[in-house]
Ligand binder design. Structure first.
Ligand code: HEC
Ligand code: HEC
Ligand code: HEC
Length: 489
């Protein structure tokens, strides 16, 4: 189970990450709190307001971060293991002692959209306020109403976040916000249909797709010109979902995109693992059909971004192929098929589910490994992460749980080494996926530990000396200015 699993950074940043990428799938399983079919917003009266608030909380996936594994709903304590250090989501139940019971609606709105707490201190962008900034006053009001009226107060405050210097200086977020927070409400584009506008509001605001799918610059701000063009998310990769036919989802049909968002599984295209499995399990599967259709309509309008040099869509690579016959005759006897060769390991660890030819099971609940974006993309991240951390996703309406065991140290089956995983991945890539991509044991080791660290995290050890040098410079400047003034007097 992925319980408690912190896959490295979710998105990075002690800063901006907003990705529950790392969340444990099972901690936030479907509680009775989540309606299987959210009530239509049309009904009137105070309870309709409660239902609207509940629906918004699901669409915005507040639960994913604000509920710890096995913890009470919204009581916080969930650890976001950012490469800059662990950030704990706070208790947002209406308790005056432990939570946000003392928040006025205006305080709540400021926390959600400007990233500022009731006491005036700044939140880290691990709380996705850069996306929530778009929320309308009416929606923020309904959310506030829901949290204050329907969430059970929990009096215990969540664990405190203590990042290393300089990230512990919350005021530095002021500078970050001036660069990366566009604190403006969503404005519908009159040139687009009501459906596309609704989709944009959902995708950009509530469901914060860009928090995971938009690449970030060295300071961890989202790059506006690359909206939804794909981003690394710790050891996982959130693919390009712009309208580009080759690099994005332009060649997926509406039906396929809808099925993906509701179930996380589309034959011949891909499956949702990692942060996407969580987004679907906790949030997207519960959206109304018209809202899912609106998100799909919006995705069609996202400007296409083509990866340089890419000519083939990730889902178009590969075909069925098996080395099983060759293996049978020689059982580890030759150089080519030593016991640690990719073919032998694949046969032992993967073929029972994905079949010896890689074609998966009939019905595809064990998917084919060809025509699969996890093996045909330009990065092996999701292939390697799926082997390391497994796949786990519950879909209520199908009473279905997609489950693949993990093969890292926490596996209940036999753990695989970096070398073994690299061999299997290379075999899978060559047989079924993008043959130009390959994996080294060092790559697997890095993925095991949460993936590539963003610049800010790598720079952190140097910031202390850097910070001291900066302060000395500042003092020198002040002294100089003072002397100058004294000279003039
Ligand atoms: C991707 C993870 C994530 C999601 C999704 C998320 N939050 Fe947060 N939130 C956090 C983290 C982390 C903090 C604490 C950040 C810090 O310590 O600076 C936080 C802090 C807050 C605070 C400040 C509370 C306080 O006084 O400490 C409020 C209020 C809040 N969140 C409300 C919400 C609501 C409402 C939603 C859904 C609309 C939501 N959050 C969704 C991660 C998240
Ligand atoms: C918490 C991070 C996160 C959030 C939020 C998120 N995604 Fe994803 N998404 C991912 C990851 C990671 C994958 C890759 C999953 C895999 O292949 O196992 C993915 C995959 C996808 C895919 C399949 C792409 C492909 O080529 O296989 C689509 C489509 C998609 N996401 C759409 C969305 C939309 C639309 C939203 C917002 C409504 C969204 N995602 C929100 C992380 C996220
Ligand atoms: C017990 C059955 C089982 C075994 C063993 C197994 N898998 Fe899977 N695999 C699954 C299931 C189930 C899924 C997800 C299907 C879904 O999401 O609908 C999956 C998904 C995947 C994916 C797609 C991941 C993504 O992010 O999209 C890849 C790649 C994969 N498996 C490769 C492997 C490899 C390589 C091995 C051997 C090391 C392996 N699997 C072993 C059942 C298995």
């Amino acid at each position: 189970m992925m319980r408690g699993l912190l896959l490295g950074l979710t998105l990075a940043a002690g800063l901006p990450l907003a990705a529950h990428a790392v969340t444990q799938v099972s901690s936030v399983t479907l509680t009775p709190d989540r309606p299987a079919a959210p009530v239509a917003a049309a009904a009137a009266g105070p309870d309709a307001r409660l239902e609207r608030g509940r629906y918004l909380a699901i669409a915005a996936d507040c639960m994913a971060c604000h509920t710890a594994a096995g913890g009470k709903p919204y009581a916080g304590g969930y650890a976001i293991d950012s490469p800059l250090g662990t950030i704990y989501a706070t208790n947002i139940t209406p308790s005056k002692k432990g939570g946000i019971g003392h928040y006025t609606e205006a305080d709540f709105a400021r926390a959600l959209r400007a990233g500022v707490r009731a006491d005036g201190s700044h939140l880290y962008p691990a709380m996705p306020y850069t996306s929530y900034a778009q929320l309308t006053d009416a929606d923020v009001g309904d959310l506030y109403y829901y949290f204050m009226q329907a969430v059970k107060p929990v009096d215990v405050p969540a664990r405190q976040t203590a990042l290393p210097f300089p990230f512990n200086v919350r005021l530095s977020m002021l500078a970050w916000n001036s660069l990366f927070l566009d604190n403006k409400r969503f404005v519908p584009d009159p040139a687009k249909s009501a459906q596309i506008n609704r989709g944009a509001y959902l995708a950009e605001g509530l469901a914060h797709c860009s928090a995971c799918h938009t690449p970030r610059n060295v300071l961890m701000g989202e790059i506006g010109s690359q909206t939804l063009a794909g981003a690394s998310l710790g050891s996982w990769h959130a693919p390009n979902i712009t309208s580009d036919k080759v690099s994005g989802i332009g060649a997926w049909t509406d039906g396929e995109l809808t099925a993906y968002l509701k179930t996380g599984h589309v034959e011949g295209k891909g499956q949702a693992a990692g942060g996407m499995a969580e987004a679907i399990q906790n949030s997207l599967q519960f959206l109304r059909d018209d809202d899912v259709a609106a998100i799909v309509a919006y995705l069609r309008t996202v400007p296409p971004v083509r990866a340089p040099g890419q000519t083939k869509a990730a889902f178009s690579h590969g075909s069925a192929a098996s080395e099983e016959a060759a293996l049978r005759g020689m059982v580890g006897a030759t150089e080519r098929h030593s016991l640690n060769s990719g073919a032998v390991l694949f046969s032992g660890y993967c073929a029972s589910c994905h079949s010896a030819s890689g074609a998966g099971s009939t019905g595809q609940s064990y998917p084919a490994l060809f025509h699969n974006t996890a093996t045909g993309g330009a990065t092996p991240a999701n292939l390697v992460s799926a082997i390391l951390f497994g796949v786990e996703r519950k879909i209520e309406r199908e009473e279905h749980e997609a489950f693949m065991p993990r093969f890292d140290q926490r596996s209940y089956v036999q753990p695989l080494t970096d070398e073994q995983i690299a061999s299997i991945a290379n075999y899978v890539l060559k047989q079924y996926g993008n043959p130009e991509v390959s994996v080294t044991p060092a790559y697997v080791a890095q993925a095991r530990n949460g993936g590539d660290k963003p610049f800010l995290a790598r720079a952190q050890p140097f910031m202390l000396p850097g910070g001291i040098a900066g302060i000395l410079l500042l003092i020198a400047l002040l002294v100089w200015l003072r002397r100058r003034r004294q000279r003039k007097e």
